[in-house]
Design a protein around this ligand. Structure first.
Ligand code: GLV
Ligand code: MN
Ligand code: MN
Length: 431
């Protein structure tokens, strides 16, 4: 059935955006730490936001279920009950001391898209489109609790790895134990996996987590790809000795080696415009004021548009580390804890998102911006089972993973319009 191409009344869009903003505030109050937003995988807060999301899914006519990995799902059937499903989604978990929009706004916007597009039938609702609509609220994108990102979407993609069961949180609780405490059965995690042949694709709206749209003075962008990423935990070994008695020529200070390494990461990445490297954790051991650090541990997060460039930069960093540590009499090693290839957004889904954004612009306006995402998203996992498309919303000042993260209600209204129009454009495509 070719879907109608429509424009939605501005007052409905404004009301929808106000509801999204109010619900972001409501979800921000579901936190493990008063005064901050902290909501991690398999926590009591995770259970509470799933219950709220399920309520809001039912309110727009969806049937709901929590899947075997704790993701919250809502589904609106098409008139043809055998139709495949278009997935709309993002995540409800957060980093530590988070903002209130990262992930959350995408889930809530998806619900407003369903509200705009559904059609009443026999006291209920169906999708008037040639596909069912599903909203997926992923349970773990950030990896805050177990240090492994994309657990929720990896389960949906069927790429769960049994080695993850022994991952532990900061209190020593294993992922397996946390599953059991949450009321999930580890043996059934495979049931969360979706079959590619039951899916049309996956669309996600997300705030941009950088300043590009703000700088360009644009509200919305088409995402071309999601960054390729590698993460490492590095260890430097030197020798712990007396801070007063040890002359400089006898010191093998592991913290100075790690610090010089962090500066080398910055220098190398600055000269490679497409690669961003971050040392976000750095610890010295034994960690006493009067002892030269004998050991240091630090993290490295490397991202780029293309896997090959990212790997070339890691090789250059590793060569520098050999030189720095050799000169300082230190030993170093790295353990890779995350490796995700870049995910290209599907050309058709980029096209429909572009059409969606164009519907929000004055006639004759320039084409919408197309940017690649330096941040990671659930689509990185979902891309292995179906096509992925993403829409970015302007983030004033570009700050994210921070309480000051922001988005404006007018941009959310435009985003909902673009997102809904994108779904309609996709429905109008030949099957
Ligand atoms: C998730 O937000 C990430 O990109 O680290
Ligand atoms: Mn995030
Ligand atoms: Mn996110």
């Amino acid at each position: 059935m070719p879907a109608r191409l429509t424009s939605f009344p501005p007052d409905r869009l404004a009301t929808a955006a106000r509801r999204v903003m109010a619900r972001c505030d409501e979800l921000a109050r579901v936190t493990a730490t008063t005064g901050k937003i902290e909501r991690v995988y398999l926590s009591p807060e995770h259970a509470r936001v799933n219950r709220l999301a399920a309520e809001w899914m039912r309110e727009v006519g969806m049937t709901t279920r929590q899947d075997a990995a704790g993701n919250q799902l809502g589904r609106l059937e098409a008139a043809d009950a055998a139709a495949r499903a278009l997935l709309l989604g993002s995540h409800l978990d957060t980093v530590l001391d988070a903002g209130r929009f990262d992930g959350i706004v995408g889930v809530l916007m998806a619900l407003e898209v369903v509200r705009l597009l559904r059609e009443p039938v026999d006291g209920g609702f169906v999708s008037p489109l040639p596909f069912a609509l599903e909203v997926l609220a992923f349970s773990d994108e950030e990896g805050t609790r177990f240090g492994k990102a994309l657990l929720g979407s990896s389960a949906v993609a069927g790429s769960w790895n049994d080695e993850w069961w022994s991952l532990e949180d900061a209190d020593g609780t294993s992922l397996r134990q946390a599953f059991l405490e949450f009321g999930l059965d580890p043996a059934r995690v495979g049931e969360a996996a979706r079959r590619p042949d039951e899916l049309v694709g996956y669309l996600e709206a997300h705030i941009e987590q950088g300043p590009e749209l703000h700088r360009r003075g644009e509200s919305l962008a088409v995402v071309s790809s999601i960054a390729s990423a590698r993460r490492f935990q590095l260890q430097v070994e030197g020798e712990a000795r007396h801070a007063g008695g040890t002359p400089y020529d006898m010191r093998r200070d592991a913290l100075l080696g790690a610090s010089e390494a962090a500066l080398a990461v910055e220098r190398i990445c600055r000269s490679e415009h497409h690669i961003i490297g971050t040392v976000g954790q750095l610890e010295a051991f034994p960690g006493a004021v009067n002892i030269v650090p004998g050991e240091a541990r630090f993290s490295l997060d490397l991202r780029g548009e293309f896997d090959g460039e990212r790997d070339r930069v890691w090789d250059a960093i590793a060569r520098d580390l050999d030189e720095i540590m050799g000169r300082r009499g230190l030993r170093w090693r790295a353990r890779e804890v995350h490796n995700a290839a870049a995910v290209m957004c599907a050309p058709l889904l980029q096209d429909v998102i572009r059409e969606g954004i164009v519907s929000t612009l004055p006639r004759g306006a320039d084409a919408p911006p197309v940017i690649f995402s330096r941040a990671g998203h659930d689509g990185m996992a979902i891309g292995s089972i179906t096509d992925v498309g993403m829409l970015f919303l302007r983030n004033p000042d570009g700050i994210s993973h921070h309480p000051d993260e922001a988005v404006s209600a007018p941009d959310v209204a435009l985003g909902i319009q673009a997102f809904a129009e994108s779904v309609l454009h996709l429905a109008a495509e030949p099957a």
